[in-house]
Design a protein. Structure first.
Length: 256
């Protein structure tokens, strides 16, 4: 198709007319928003890429993927930091508008979002629009984060919903905990442009990429000897096999 080229970030969305498997070369990433997508990425999978590409396309900004060193809210990663970074670099290679930011791996100790945002504010200044890209489950779990209320003074939150997730007050679904609902009240933005006009403090619901993958599913399938390669980019699958990652998988051998 003229003016389009293939993108690895293939996803489906009810609000899109064009096929999002194709990157429109005319689309400019001209937003002033600084968008960061943190996670363990253990391993990075197609669902991660779908969310990142959805945010890139809808917000017209570069998405910086930040692997966490020692996430305080979950068990230690199955792959070491260097391996997770390498898999991320393989996943985003040649993908416009997606870059790897290893800053959290360069900091000793536990990886708290509040520390990352304070570092970014020191670099970018108080007026730069900054946002964290998180999934619906992470949004609903915000009250468990370190100094979570202070996060809204440092950044916006771009929330990627899962099918059936209770985000944004959908009818018939249980909403967020009362303390989160109280802090979120009045913060939801209908327009992505508002994220550029303000430096922090807003919530934005992303046009959802309807993908079911999860890192725990990938690891579980590998451990159980079930097919898993379709859940991750081909280069990442090859890396996992060659390094024998996850549950003692013999190097060079795996199910399809």
């Amino acid at each position: 198709m003229p003016g389009l080229r293939w993108s690895a970030c293939c996803w489906r969305s009810p609000r899109r007319v064009r096929c999002a498997c194709w990157w429109p070369e005319a689309l400019r990433l001209d937003s002033s928003l600084h968008l960061y997508y943190g996670g363990t990425f253990d391993p990075v999978h197609n669902g991660h890429l779908a969310i990142a590409c959805s945010a890139r396309d809808e917000l017209r900004c570069t998405v910086r993927l930040m692997p966490a060193a020692d996430p305080p809210h979950r068990a230690p990663p199955g792959a070491d930091a260097g391996q997770r970074v390498h898999m991320l670099e393989l996943a985003v290679a040649g993908e416009p508008g997606l870059v790897v930011d290893p800053r959290e791996l360069q900091r000793e100790g536990r990886s708290y979002s509040i520390d990352t945002l304070r570092q970014l504010r020191a670099e970018l200044g108080p007026e730069a629009p900054v946002a964290l890209l998180i999934g619906a489950d992470s949004y609903l779990g915000l009250p468990t984060w370190h100094q979570w209320r202070d996060l809204f003074g440092l950044a916006h939150f771009v929330v990627a919903p899962r099918p059936g997730s209770a985000v944004g007050g959908q009818a018939g679904e249980a909403g967020p905990a009362p303390e989160l609902a109280a802090v979120s009240a009045g913060r939801w933005s209908a327009s992505a442009a508002e994220l550029e006009r303000l430096p922090a403090g807003r919530l934005f619901l992303l046009d959802p990429p309807l993908r079911p993958e999860s890192a725990s599913e990938v690891r579980g399938r590998i451990a159980a000897g079930r097919p898993w390669k379709s859940l991750v980019p081909p280069a990442v699958a090859a890396y996992i096999v060659s390094h024998g990652l996850y549950a003692g998988l013999a190097p060079g051998r795996s199910p399809l």
